[in-house]
Design a protein around this ligand. Structure first.
Ligand SMILES: [Zn+2]
Length: 122
């Protein structure tokens, strides 16, 4: 086990609201989200990854206390995204089947999660 309290290394705040939106977004409500970006990159995020790393204040607080974000005892399984909605041109928010709706996943955040896959090796 790590001794440092750094279990959450993914950035949780929008780093750059000027990140261009994906050229296409494909939500499979039972599986995950696929985004294609301006530079031709295609990235995929499972529903579970998105839900567990929900960037809202409530979920951040749970992670900071080492508590599970998802699933909770009352969480319906399997996880589903009931709907998704674009937010102000800089991100996307989901309505989850456990009733959670408050996380906004900025384009910058989604790209940051996969940054190590893009141009990291030359
Ligand atoms: Zn949340």
């Amino acid at each position: 086990m790590a001794t440092m309290n750094d279990d959450e290394r993914l950035p949780t705040e929008p780093l750059d609201e000027s990140t261009p939106p994906p050229t296409s977004l494909d939500l499979d409500r039972a599986e995950g989200l696929t985004a294609t970006w301006l530079d031709g990159d295609t990235t995929h995020y499972s529903l579970e990854e998105l839900r567990v790393h929900c960037p809202c204040a409530e979920c951040r607080g749970l992670r900071e206390r080492g508590l599970p974000v998802w699933p909770k005892p009352a969480s319906p399984l399997p996880l589903r995204a009931e709907s998704a909605e674009l937010v102000g041109g800089w991100g996307i928010t989901f309505t989850w089947n456990d009733g959670h709706t408050t996380g906004i996943f900025s384009w910058a955040l989604l790209r940051q999660w996969r940054a190590r896959d893009a141009g990291a090796e030359s």
